[in-house]
Design a protein around this ligand. Sequence first.
Ligand SMILES: Nc1ncnc2c1ncn2[C@@H]1O[C@H](COP(=O)(O)OP(=O)(O)OP(=O)(O)O)[C@@H](O)[C@H]1O
Ligand SMILES: [Mg+2]
Length: 227
Amino acid sequence: MLIHLSRIQRLYRSDEVETTALHDIELDIAQGEFLAIMGPSGCGKSTLLNILGTIDRPTAGTYRFGDEELTKLNETALARFRRENLGYIFQSFNLIDELTIEENIELALIYRNIPKPERRQRVAQAMDRVGIAHRARHYPSQLSGGQQQRAAIARAIVGEPRLILADEPTGNLDTENGTQVMDILQTLNDEGATIIMVTHSPSHADLARRRVDMLDGQIVISVRNAI
Ligand SMILES: Nc1ncnc2c1ncn2[C@@H]1O[C@H](COP(=O)(O)OP(=O)(O)OP(=O)(O)O)[C@@H](O)[C@H]1O
Ligand SMILES: [Mg+2]
């Protein structure tokens, strides 16, 4: 198993209210899986994805990734873990406005201390893969939404992460651009990347190999798609 979540809980506390965003989540994810997470607004999908991405910590439970128990690591060790293993794709792209597309993608490799000549080569490859090489010197605001999301995918994959986490990657895209993004994710998965994707689109969820449905902070259904 690549990922093993056991009794994961996430409570939010304020003075007046306590919200249980996640309630005793049990989830195993094998290397090479493509998992879709669905469920109504507020059911805990992003909270779960953020915990899987170690951007957020559970208030109880354990998260094992490979041989490592991530819930025991400090912030410095977690930052290294994220750099070496994870790629993120968000609904709102999250590119840095002041950097060109190629600089945005290159940043992921600068954080990994990869030397300049290799960075150039890998950035060029990643841009080719998602079809945005012709926009390398443009700034994010000069690109369409679909192009920005493809640039964000290039940034997520340029470091060859073991796990790609995508929170509604097609949420801000029209049908055609959404289909393109799903094609890219499927190709990455066919090549061996493990992908966990939150989506509100049943047809996009059907393209994943497995689907889990959440309700009120719990996983209620898990189905394997016939792909
Ligand atoms: N920082 C926070 N403080 C308090 N409660 C929070 C916080 N973040 C999320 N929640 C609560 O946790 C629950 C789960 O939120 P989450 O963002 O995971 O939902 P979601 O399934 O991703 O919804 P959507 O489909 O709208 O994106 C919600 O009830 C939300 O109000
Ligand atoms: Mg969400």
